[in-house]
Design a protein around this ligand. Structure first.
Ligand code: NDP
Length: 308
């Protein structure tokens, strides 16, 4: 296979500065070019992009710079014979640290103190409210790259970690694995439930009313995967009725979250603007995946992270 050009679609700007990403390929002997919408692309072009575009169906290979490629219609890439790769396998540390940060804050009230700081309020919470994460049970739903990244860190903090996945491969730090059919058993005793599955027809609405009822009243939901996996309306109702205690959310049905959305209003909900993977080195992590696949194409090896 020949590649004549590596195109970087301007939509990568959603995750990092386009020019930093382009410069990360300076050591690659392949011309790189930033392209916008509607660019004419040909069979010797490779494209890295945040968003899918119709013109990508004519190229040699498309790389989605996200792990969650749910916005890309895999069937259409298969029909066009264009390989599609994604960016899984690299978010264990970035999203893992973020999830640990949420849990420590929810346990020790950093978010509450910061809210009060804005009002210069020397706040004393109810005695019963703060707790340590040590010895608390965490259920991680989806034991892939991110799930394992969270589990290993939580295990190091002395938490009791269980998880849910379809296959029965063991995962470091996870003491017990449940099949998705036994989701209610898995989440029933957990203080924290972390969602780390891809968005698929099976995972859409995975956490909804019945799950919040099964969960402990003092439990917290963490969603770092995709918004529609957690039913927003049911989550708001569960927070209002006290079925669960709080949540930390990085992802939403609609992003940005609309200004009048009720989720903004809860003291015990931490909202971050889909920045679970955001660090100043993220463009390098993604560029390394792309470079590895450029090498594989040239050497005639199968692509890594191929999803269509
Ligand atoms: P992986 O593919 O490495 O892991 C996903 C895991 O989910 C797999 O190990 C799979 O295990 C498990 N899984 C799939 N379907 C189900 C199911 N129905 N029930 C239970 N487990 C299931 O992906 P990553 O860990 O890299 O990323 C996960 C998701 O996180 C992405 O798809 C993306 O949407 C989101 N993400 C969010 C980011 C952010 O900034 N907040 C950044 C990066 C990713 P098995 O096959 O055994 O079931």
């Amino acid at each position: 296979e020949t590649l004549d050009r590596l195109c970087i679609h301007g939509s990568v700007e959603n995750k990092f500065p386009t020019e930093s990403f382009r410069a990360a390929f300076d050591d690659l002997d392949l011309p790189t070019e930033v392209v916008g919408d509607g660019e004419s692309l040909g069979p010797t072009d490779a494209v890295s992009s945040f968003r899918p575009r119709p013109e990508f169906h004519d190229v040699a290979w498309v790389h989605c710079i996200r792990a969650g490629y749910d916005e890309f219609d895999t069937a259409s890439y298969e029909a066009a014979g264009v390989p599609l790769t994604n960016s899984t396998g690299i978010h264990d540390t970035t999203v893992g640290e973020m999830a640990i940060g949420y849990m420590l804050s929810l346990a020790r009230l950093l978010h509450v103190y910061r809210d009060r700081q804005v009002k210069r309020d020397w706040y004393a919470p109810p005695y019963e409210r703060p707790f340590t994460v040590e010895n608390e049970r965490l259920c991680v739903i989806g034991l892939g790259t991110i799930g394992e990244g969270i589990a290993r860190r939580a295990d190091a903090l002395g938490m009791e970690v269980v998880g849910v996945r379809r296959s029965d491969e063991s995962v470091p730090g996870v003491s017990e694995r449940y099949h998705p059919d036994d989701l209610h058993d898995a989440i029933g005793d957990a203080r924290f439930v972390a969602v780390t599955v891809p968005l698929t027809p099976e995972t859409e609405g995975l956490l909804a009313g019945p799950e919040f009822e099964v969960m402990r009243d003092d439990a917290y939901v963490i969603n770092v995967a995709r918004g529609p996996i957690v039913d927003d309306d049911a989550l708001v109702s569960a927070l209002e009725s006290g079925d669960i205690a709080g949540a930390a959310l990085d992802v939403f049905d609609e992003e940005p979250l609309s200004e009048d959305h009720p989720l903004w209003g809860f003291e015990e909900v931490i909202i971050s603007p889909h920045r679970g993977s955001a660090t100043n080195r993220y463009h390098l992590d993604i560029a390394n995946l792309v470079k590895e696949n450029v090498r594989r194409i040239r050497d005639g090896e199968p692509l890594c992270n191929r999803v269509a």
